[in-house]
Design a protein around this ligand. Structure first.
Ligand SMILES: [Zn+2]
Length: 371
């Protein structure tokens, strides 16, 4: 995968390329970002760039023997590790063919779609101890063709305590060995692993870049692409779902929250905040970003009903919310409360207190209209 195949991230790509050209290649890095932001394809493109035999300033060549093997993820010095279910074998490489197919058909793959591709959607994914031992074994071999051996370990969140068996090799790897860990949520990665890796944060895709990509690749109009890119908030997976009318996994929860605020039911709020807490920090951030996109649409649709690009139950929600006839000022205030929550979550606020307070604030904003 070449850098040019990845949507946006110009600054980050420049930085990664610059470091390689300057010979600054840390041996253990953690690419941290949502799957829809492109953390995994960036790690693969970075590894391909390092291994390319005719590297150009701005990208790998795409044509040398190394690049050609990278294009099918079949380079002998490129290793992958990822979560899989216990019934699919003892080590990740038993699922390598499925993994290659899944990644090549969608490099922005996330955990749920991977488990579905693996035929294990109802099973628990895991990176077991046998896999950790296999990683250590395969990295102790000499590189076959490249200067470097690279291990891309996708979703170290699934390592559990057995991940500690990797500490020594991450800290003192065999010569010319690179660890590229790709995680969505740093809080679920073992602290002992985090402290041994350099973080590379993958931010959301820039709005303009995502919009241009949607225009070029999906034949959408400028207008449609702009709206979808705005709602997707830099997440290519969300953009795809919006285009395909797939309902967000956060929809129910958002609808429940708004319903609770509207009916003013503090007792429900308690159970709801408990459920919310199970999402973890990154999940809560994604939930709030999604809710913000929905509520911003309410503002737009209140003025121009044809601009409702949501479909199914989400479309109905946006439509019925506009029919409650809140003022622009009220929706604005509601959006501000949610934005403040997002800010506080980022700063590790106490979730239960934060959302109990936010529920009351939103209820008050909504009540203004009822009186
Ligand atoms: Zn090349």
């Amino acid at each position: 995968m070449k850098f040019s195949q990845i949507i946006g991230h110009r600054t980050l790509k420049d930085k990664l390329r610059g470091n390689v050209i300057a010979g600054r290649i840390p041996h253990a890095q953690l690419f941290l970002g949502k799957s829809g932001h492109g953390a995994l394809p960036l790690a693969v493109a970075y590894a391909q760039f390092i291994s390319c035999k005719n590297r150009l300033d701005h990208d790998s060549c795409g044509e040398c023997s190394s690049c050609r093997k990278y294009e099918t993820l079949a380079h002998p010095d490129l290793h992958f590790s990822f979560p899989f279910s216990a019934d699919k074998g003892k080590i990740a490489s038993e699922n390598l063919e499925t993994w290659r197919k899944s990644f090549l058909s969608n490099p922005y793959i996330d955990y749920n779609s991977w488990m579905r591709d693996l035929g294990a959607e109802k099973k628990q994914g895991n990176i077991p101890i046998a896999e950790c031992r296999d990683i250590i074994k395969s990295l102790s071999l000499m590189a076959f063709e490249s200067e470097y051996k690279v291990l891309i370990l996708w979703l170290p969140e699934f390592l559990g305590d057995v991940g500690n068996t990797l500490l020594k090799i991450i800290e003192e790897p065999p010569v010319n060995t690179l660890f590229l860990l790709v995680a969505e949520s740093s809080e679920k990665v073992l602290g002992t692993i985090l402290s041994r890796t350099q973080s590379v944060r993958i931010p959301p895709i820039e709005m303009g870049e995502l919009r241009d990509h949607l225009v070029a690749e999906f034949q959408l109009s400028e207008d449609q692409s702009t709206r979808i890119a705005l709602m997707a908030d830099g997440d290519f997976r969300v953009a795809i779902d919006l285009m395909q009318g797939v309902e967000s996994p956060y929809f129910e929860m958002w609808r429940n929250w708004m319903g609770m605020c509207y009916r003013v039911k503090p007792a429900e709020a308690n159970a709801w905040t408990d459920e919310l807490a199970t999402l973890g920090k990154e999940g809560i951030k994604a939930f709030l970003s999604y809710g913000l996109a929905l509520m911003r649409s309410v503002l737009v649709v209140a003025h121009v009903p044809e601009l409702n690009t949501w479909t199914g139950r989400e479309g109905e929600f946006v439509e019925s919310f506009t029919k409650l006839q809140f003022s622009v000022d009220q929706i604005d205030k509601l959006v501000q409360v949610v934005e403040q929550c997002l800010f506080e979550v980022e700063r590790n606020a106490h979730m239960k207190a934060l959302f109990t307070d936010a529920t009351f604030k939103i209820a008050r904003v909504m009540l203004d209209k009822k009186n």
